[in-house]
Design a protein around this ligand. Sequence first.
Ligand SMILES: [Zn+2]
Length: 196
Amino acid sequence: MPPSFGGSPSRPGAWTSERSDARPSKRLALALEGVRLATMKRCTACGGGVRRVSEAAELRIGPRVFVGELEAMQCDACGETFTSGPAGEALELAAARWLAEHGFTTGEEIRFMRKAAGLRAVDLAELLDVSPEAVSHWETGKHQAGHGTLATIAALVLDVLEGSTATRNRLRALWKPSELAMVRLDVKGGGPWRSE
Ligand SMILES: [Zn+2]
């Protein structure tokens, strides 16, 4: 089930369940390193009692800073605050969704979005049928990526958030379009909009 973002930056249960390695978003580099809080009962610094709090976090991407409240544990005795890796990842994914929906143009944003889509530069180049150098030029700001390119990257990111590979599949299909001369379509009781 895809995590829900957009509303609350914190995800209930973020520290009670490990995310599966199969999730593409697992590949995201964590901007905010934290300790695993799954079994946290006492402060690991002083042994004091801990309680749940909200911790303001910032994520800087290109020209913009994203701010959000992360779930955290705070020690009553020494005041140390502990955040979990997945909570930081939630902020990254929420920022990726925001950029996909509101648009982005800078090299830093393109690099962030490529990583959010779980793609190496060479992978993105292949999907978009451009050279790896072209991707590099977008990300260093040497060349401006076109709107079609940016919209496709946004679609790749939104797919990851939804646990889908639809855009990736469509891009791959363009590499080898079907050679069928006649295509039989089942249009009874459904419609041509139905996919195979
Ligand atoms: Zn403490």
